[in-house]
Design a protein around this ligand. Structure first.
Ligand SMILES: NC(=O)C1=CN([C@@H]2O[C@H](COP(=O)(O)OP(=O)(O)OC[C@H]3O[C@@H](n4cnc5c(N)ncnc54)[C@H](O)[C@@H]3O)[C@@H](O)[C@H]2O)C=CC1
Ligand SMILES: O=C(O)[C@H]1O[C@H](OP(=O)(O)OP(=O)(O)OC[C@H]2O[C@@H](n3ccc(=O)[nH]c3=O)[C@H](O)[C@@H]2O)[C@H](O)[C@@H](O)[C@@H]1O
Length: 480
């Protein structure tokens, strides 16, 4: 029986391995992690991450051919194929701080593999890593090899959170990069045969190592660039009276451009877009390509601009101050159908409002009070480290209250900000909300989920990203 071990039981390692176990009953899959609570949660009824469809997949295989364990060394030693899906945060200190990927966790995983292995192994990069990382990993493994042969493959993951199971069941493509040697080709074939259990052959792309590594960074950069492009247009729409949804629809109808990923928003979030672009920027700089680095940096700059533009719009509309005003925040996760808050635009928007002394009442159906408090008091990039290495007891932000109901959050509020596009926000009784709010009552829709005209009929002053401004907002320009 082929044995797979995955180091890192996170958002990628957990769902990816659960699907491999489901689709390949003849393969034994062990997912290991240094985080004891995380593994305990994977072995319980309350999985550590919320992802539609994940519970069912895990329930079907756990204890049969899918195991979650903290016995990292044992499972690595026994495995034929070792996936590495550990954190690759942005460096906060030293060379490349604020941009380069911190490969500490990756390197320690590689050294541990070299230490405990007693048989040949295929080592698969599942984490998103800088191009040429495989070369470094190869050196660590071969210099400590004790006669064992290692083949390094790059097999980046393209799943999106909230649709991870769907994406894993029917991937647009699976990408496998390997060395162009007979041993390399053999290793690529071995991994290909795992995916071939359920992925059509023409969707499994094989390339050289560096193409696979770079394709992952390129794909995320292209996706984020589309959002920054439409968000840049949203500012121009507001200035001119155009409607960004109409513009995006018209532009997306061109089959060369396509309709997906053109929703204007308060900004993109998530654990990877910013991190991976910063990483790409750093690689460009290191390769003497400052113009290319500047080009990609702009994608992040527009994203930061979009978030601060949103905060400025709120404050300027409300008589240039939100001091001591209750502002309801609906949605804190970085997108709907996930409880993940890593790099969520809600953090920057809330921090901006807190900077202007607002009182925040936050409701998100999947995010806990503890998580929100941690996010609002943590330093940039600290979130991307294993849980037990994050700050233990960050200070409480007193002007923030977390509630478990949208009506409670909006009661007596001066304004409502929608920061995540949860479906339930579309169905709220806005008349009831309006009746219980201070007047004038404002809605700032950072995800374009509400029917602005209906809300205006109720009496709200409404701001929607990239839509023609109502008279109130026109008179109060958002100047930074
Ligand atoms: N979150 C996402 O949607 C996607 C993430 N990625 C990439 O996948 C990688 C992992 O991301 P996530 O799963 O989101 O991170 P995560 O933080 O959810 O999971 C990483 C896990 O690795 C564990 N870990 C770290 N060092 C370890 C070690 N030496 N031994 C054992 N366990 C160790 C941590 O405790 C943690 O549970 C990153 O490189 C990320 O860029 C790629 C595609 C999608
Ligand atoms: O490498 C990764 O981590 C993953 O990053 C993204 O996936 P994810 O961040 O989970 O979610 P997305 O659906 O891409 O959304 C990212 C952010 O962009 C925002 N977004 C998305 C689409 C859009 O049209 N407008 C928009 O503002 C979302 O609200 C969210 O904040 C990519 O879509 C995945 O292919 C990739 O594997």
């Amino acid at each position: 029986m082929v044995k797979i071990c995955c180091i890192g039981a996170g958002y990628v390692g957990g769902p990816t391995m659960a699907v491999i176990a489901l689709k390949c009953p003849s393969i034994e899959v062990a997912v290991v992690d240094i985080s004891v609570p995380r593994i305990a949660a994977w072995n319980s009824d309350q999985l550590p991450i919320y992802e539609p469809g994940l519970d069912e997949v895990v329930k079907q295989c756990r204890g049969k051919n899918l195991f979650f364990s903290t016995e990292v060394e044992k499972h690595v030693c026994e495995a034929d194929i070792v996936f590495v899906s550990v954190n690759t945060p942005t460096k906060t200190r030293g060379l490349g701080a604020g941009k380069a990927a911190d490969l500490t966790y990756w390197e320690s995983a590689a050294r541990m593999i070299a230490d405990v292995s007693k048989s040949d192994k295929i080592v698969v990069e599942k984490s998103t890593v800088p191009v040429k990382t495989a070369e470094a990993i190869e050196k660590i493994l071969t210099h400590n090899s004790k006669g064992i042969n290692y083949q390094i493959l790059s097999n980046p993951e393209f799943l999106a959170e909230g649709t991870a199971i769907e994406d894993l069941f029917k991937p647009d493509r699976v990408l496998i990069g390997g060395r162009e040697t007979p041993e390399g080709f053999k290793a690529v074939q071995a991994l290909k045969s795992v995916y071939a259990h359920w992925v059509p052959e023409d969707r499994i792309i094989t390339t050289n190592l560096w193409s696979a590594e770079l394709s992952k960074l390129a794909a995320n950069a292209f996706l984020a660039q589309r959002i920054s492009s439409v968000n840049a247009m949203s500012a121009l729409c507001e200035a001119t009276g155009a409607d960004v949804a109409e513009v995006a629809y018209a532009v997306g109808k061109d089959s060369r451009i396509g309709p997906k990923f053109l929703n204007a928003s308060v900004g993109f979030g998530g654990s990877c877009f910013q991190k991976d672009i910063l990483n790409l920027v750093y690689i460009c700089e290191c390769n003497g390509l400052p113009e290319v680095a500047e080009y990609w940096k702009q994608v992040i700059k527009i994203n930061d601009y979009q978030k601060s533009r949103f905060v400025n719009r709120i404050v300027s509309s409300m008589f240039n101050t939100v001091a001591n005003k209750k502002v309801a925040i609906l949605g804190f996760a970085f997108k709907k159908d996930t409880g993940d808050t890593r790099e969520t635009p809600a953090i920057d928007v809330c921090k901006g409002l807190l900077g202007d002394k607002a009182q925040l009442s936050i409701y998100d159906p999947q995010v806990t009070e503890d998580q929100i408090q941690r996010d609002l008091s943590m330093n940039k990039f600290d979130w991307d480290h294993p849980l037990h290495l994050q700050p233990m007891s960050p200070s409480t932000v007193k002007q923030v209250h977390t509630v478990w109901d949208a009506y409670e959050a909006t009661k007596d509020a001066h304004a409502v900000c929608i920061l995540t596009e949860w479906d339930e926000f579309k169905k709220l009784d806005f008349q009831r909300i309006y009746d219980n709010m201070q007047k004038p009552a404002f809605v700032f829709d950072g995800r374009n989920v509400v029917n602005a005209n209906k809300l205006r009929e109720i009496g709200f002053i409404v701001y929607s990203i990239g839509k023609p401004l109502d008279a109130w907002l026109k008179d109060m320009p958002a100047v930074a």
